[in-house]
Design a protein around this ligand. Structure first.
Ligand SMILES: Cc1cc2nc3c(=O)[nH]c(=O)nc-3n(C[C@H](O)[C@H](O)[C@H](O)COP(=O)(O)OP(=O)(O)OC[C@H]3O[C@@H](n4cnc5c(N)ncnc54)[C@H](O)[C@@H]3O)c2cc1C
Ligand SMILES: *[C@@H]1O[C@H](CO)[C@@H](O)[C@H](O)[C@H]1NC(C)=O
Ligand SMILES: *[C@@H]1O[C@H](CO)[C@@H](O)[C@H](O)[C@H]1NC(C)=O
Ligand SMILES: *[C@@H]1O[C@H](CO)[C@@H](O)[C@H](O)[C@H]1NC(C)=O
Ligand SMILES: *[C@@H]1O[C@H](CO)[C@@H](O)[C@H](O)[C@H]1NC(C)=O
Length: 406
């Protein structure tokens, strides 16, 4: 209660200051960092459900990418000729055009520094790298994660729209040219990537199109020995994917002929035409004060998804990694954060953010099957296919990016 009163008072003060200083008419600025599943949803929800009552609200969305990248489909998008670009990438701005012009601003740029003391975000914009200092009243961090290590795989968008689409095109060319492909890391991304490649090239009608697909798992079994590991292995076998267990990658070397030598823990080397690493994710939090982060550099939040030690900063999605990165979790967390900001702006109490009660794991194994479980209960292959593998969720993109989903 005290916190609410106090922040109302400081808002009033800010109101007076702003009106005196500028007259710009912007009274309550919410800055959202990150234009993907979590950030775009928070921005739409605030404009749709909070702005009508909180007239002075302005939402500023800042993201490296002008287009929403439906990265859940990245594993399929690397196979040439299957998905068209507009199925996995859509411009963000048009979906926000329906809101009052002074209510929203979209800045394509990279957040470089946040000062919670000054309530400012320094953003690098444009190709010339010029900087803009933005002032917020409330801040939402939804900058997600990027690949740990490898910069040349398209699992996440770590740059502009043009960069990710160029990287996808380049990866498709490499896939097309390769006869032998090693996918390293047998988490969900590695399994799905190997399966998509196996589906297309493992046992093709045209024998000349055949490619050898190898999946390297650091653990004995895929998916960190999960209870569905056996089912996944059986599905991959049908797609002619070879799984190598207990095969942690130590290093790789590019050979003079362009092939890659993959050095495995047991001392064995594999020479391949194309090496696709899928191991690990790093949080995009380099621009935040260390005091806001956990020891693993994710944003440290409380049950309201409010950043600990602050009363005007929230975070949602992979950047909180609670308990892990997941689109389903990011979705629920973003809805919860938008609701809590709405509550604070209306002087009401925040509510703890609830996500999903059971642990669900579903992996697509090519374009006709899947494997999964809901809690400990295994799901039928056909069910996983229908829920997930059939489309990898791309049909959700248009309504996500224009806000009609929320
Ligand atoms: C290949 C793959 C397949 C997946 N499939 C599934 C699945 O089937 N089901 C599932 O539940 N989960 C899946 N996931 C996980 C899912 O992708 C994530 O949970 C989801 O992307 C999280 O969304 P997010 O909004 O938190 O952040 P992200 O998707 O990580 O996006 C972060 C956004 O922030 C932007 N950004 C980053 N840094 C800055 C900065 N400094 N300034 C401005 N903007 C910045 C980025 O450009 C990006 O737009 C998959 C992940 C991968 C890698
Ligand atoms: C806050 O603003 C003051 C005055 O502009 C500046 O000197 C200081 O460096 C800023 N603090 C941070 C952490 O950016
Ligand atoms: C992400 O982008 C940053 C800044 O452009 C770059 O320094 C870094 O190497 C990239 N990382 C990955 C994994 O792509
Ligand atoms: C997977 O199982 C092997 C033995 O079967 C064990 O050595 C390894 O630690 C397990 N890995 C995980 C992540 O549980
Ligand atoms: C795997 O590939 C081999 C060689 O091309 C082929 O003979 C075999 O039928 C394939 N197996 C499956 C299950 O597709």
């Amino acid at each position: 209660m005290w916190r609410n009163l106090s922040s109302t008072r400081s808002r009033t003060l800010k109101y007076i200051l702003r009106v005196t200083i500028s007259n710009s008419g912007v009274l309550i600025a919410v800055i959202v960092l990150g234009g993907a599943y979590a950030g775009v949803q928070v921005a739409h929800r605030l404009l749709k459900y909070t702005k009508p009552q909180v007239k002075d609200l302005k939402v500023i969305l800042v993201s490296k990418n002008s287009h929403f990248y439906w990265n859940l489909a990245a594993v399929r998008a690397i196979v040439p000729g299957i998905l068209s670009e507009d199925q996995y990438a859509r411009p963000i701005a048009p979906g926000f055009a329906k809101y009052p012009a002074d209510a929203f601003e979209f800045i394509v740029g990279s957040a470089e520094d946040v000062s919670t003391a000054n309530k400012t975000v320094r953003v690098k914009v444009g190709a010339d790298g010029s900087e803009r200092d933005l002032t917020y009243d409330y801040l939402v961090v939804a900058t997600g994660t990027r690949n740990a290590g490898a910069t040349d795989v398209p699992w996440k968008n770590n740059g502009t729209h043009e960069e990710i689409t160029a990287l996808l095109a380049e990866t498709q060319q490499k896939v097309k040219a390769a006869k032998h492909i090693v996918v390293a890391g047998a988490g969900a991304t590695g399994v799905e990537t190997a399966a998509e490649l196996g589906f297309e090239y493992g046992n093709p009608k045209d024998a000349a199109a055949k490619k050898e697909i190898i999946l390297l798992s650091a653990d004995k079994e895929v998916l960190n020995n999960d209870s569905i590991a056996g089912n996944v292995a059986a599905e991959l076998k049908k797609l002619n994917v070879t799984i190598r267990g207990s095969a942690r990658v130590l290093s790789t070397n590019t050979l003079p002929d362009g092939k890659t030598e993959v050095v495995i823990e047991n001392g064995e080397n594999i020479i391949t035409d194309l090496y696709l690493p899928t191991m690990g994710m790093t949080p995009n939090t380099d621009f935040l004060p260390a005091a806001l982060l956990t020891d693993k550099k994710f944003v440290d939040i409380d049950e309201f998804y409010s950043v600990k030690g602050t009363d005007n900063v929230w975070a949602a999605g992979d950047v909180v990694w609670k308990p892990r990165g997941s689109f389903v979790l990011a979705d629920k967390q973003a809805a919860g954060v938008a609701k809590n900001i709405d509550a604070v702006l209306k002087g009401k109490a925040q509510t703890p953010v609830k996500t999903i009660p059971i642990d669900v794991l579903m992996v697509a194994t090519g374009r006709s099957r899947g494997a999964g479980r809901m809690g400990p209960v295994k799901a039928f292959s056909m069910m996983v296919y229908l829920i997930k593998g059939k489309t990898l969720g791309v049909e959700k993109l248009p309504a996500w990016v224009d806000g009609t989903s929320f």
